[in-house]
Design a protein around this ligand. Structure first.
Ligand code: ADE
Ligand code: ZN
Length: 325
């Protein structure tokens, strides 16, 4: 059997990898009731729009209660990604979701690190962590997360980011948290240009020291901004299935992936929250091939772009890039 095409993922929310069956298993293991109105009769998460997605996401994450839960979640996700050919994955962890479920920063990190080490030992995949704050929890909470990152450094924590509701607060309000991280020498990324328009991507470049944008695809609405992104060497972490599921675009035919690519932007393919969007890193590459005309060489270049813009250290990047053949 030919080995799967080598892949790399830069944008996947760890809590968002919890499948409905795993939510049930964790609720049972932690002896807590399953949150109400979370799953439908067909065992799918219930959500209809961005607000209800984020609410369901927060509820589903609430069954993750221990460092061991974080370990298992990380291991399962990395092992399944490795089976699809992923060489390298950056998982976004959310200490806020962990804290809401009673796990402190060190506890959540300890579990994730164990999952990363076991997955590397068993499957050869390299995992690293981007600690994220949540925009709708506000700038003060974001600063607390940034402080935890700076006060408890770990070699696997390679960056800082922010997800959550793009329509709340301004990015400038989060500048102090990002600046603390920047001063400590860690790179950053932020969700923008997903549920808000091109101006949110411009705001990110103006307000925050980011080298990558989570999604960012709506930059396409402003050609001068696309030029700026190319000029400044900013990478976009594209999540195709996620964008259709949350109705950023009606279908793959309307998605601007190829337009952005042809404009010279550096792009990667990512799963975002796999069970919510019925996807995986392997499926995103398949969609790239089926709906966006990417052949094997183009897909390998996507992997190389992801590795080049990853937050891994220089040596790790170099070694991984030589494995993309
Ligand atoms: N948190 C989890 N998934 C997200 C997404 N797609 N956008 C913003 N925040 C998120
Ligand atoms: Zn995301």
């Amino acid at each position: 059997m030919t080995p799967p095409l080598p892949k790399a993922e830069l944008h996947c929310h760890l809590e968002g990898t919890t499948s409905p069956s795993l939510v049930r298993r964790l609720a049972r293991r932690n002896r807590i009731p399953l949150p109400e109105n979370l799953l439908d009769d067909g065992d799918n998460f219930i959500w209809i729009d961005v607000e209800s997605f984020l609410k369901t996401y927060d509820q589903a994450s609430s069954v993750i209660r221990t460092a061991e839960d974080y370990r298992d979640l990380t291991y399962d996700y990395l092992a399944s990604s490795a089976k699809e050919g992923a060489l390298y994955v950056e998982v976004m962890s959310s200490p806020d979701h962990a804290a809401a479920a009673g796990i402190d920063y060190e506890g959540h990190l300890e579990g994730i690190v164990e999952g990363i080490e076991s997955a590397e030992r068993d499957h050869g995949i390299i995992g690293r962590i981007i600690v994220t704050c949540v925009r709708h929890f506000g700038p003060e909470q974001a600063m607390r997360v940034a402080e935890a990152v700076v006060h408890s450094p770990h070699p696997y924590v390679v960056g800082f980011g922010m997800g959550g509701n793009e329509l709340l607060y301004t990015l400038r309000e989060f500048a102090p948290a990002f600046s603390l991280i920047d001063t400590a020498g860690l790179p950053t990324t932020v969700h923008a240009g997903e549920w808000a328009g091109a101006e949110s991507v411009a705001d990110a470049l103006d307000a925050l020291p980011v080298s990558r944008i989570g999604h960012g695809v709506r930059a396409v609405e402003d050609p001068a901004l696309v030029e700026r992104l190319v000029r400044e060497g900013i990478h976009l972490e594209v999540c195709l299935s996620s964008n259709i599921a949350t109705r950023v675009y009606d279908d793959f035919a309307s998605h601007p992936f190829n337009q952005l690519r042809e404009a010279g932007l550096s792009l990667s393919l990512n799963s975002d929250d796999p069970p919510y969007f019925a996807t995986s890193i392997g499926r995103e590459y398949l969609i790239g091939s089926k709906f966006f005309g990417l052949d094997v060489e183009a897909l390998k270049l996507i992997t190389i772009e992801a590795l080049k813009y990853s937050f891994a250290n220089h040596q790790t990047k170099k070694e991984l890039i030589t494995r993309v053949v």
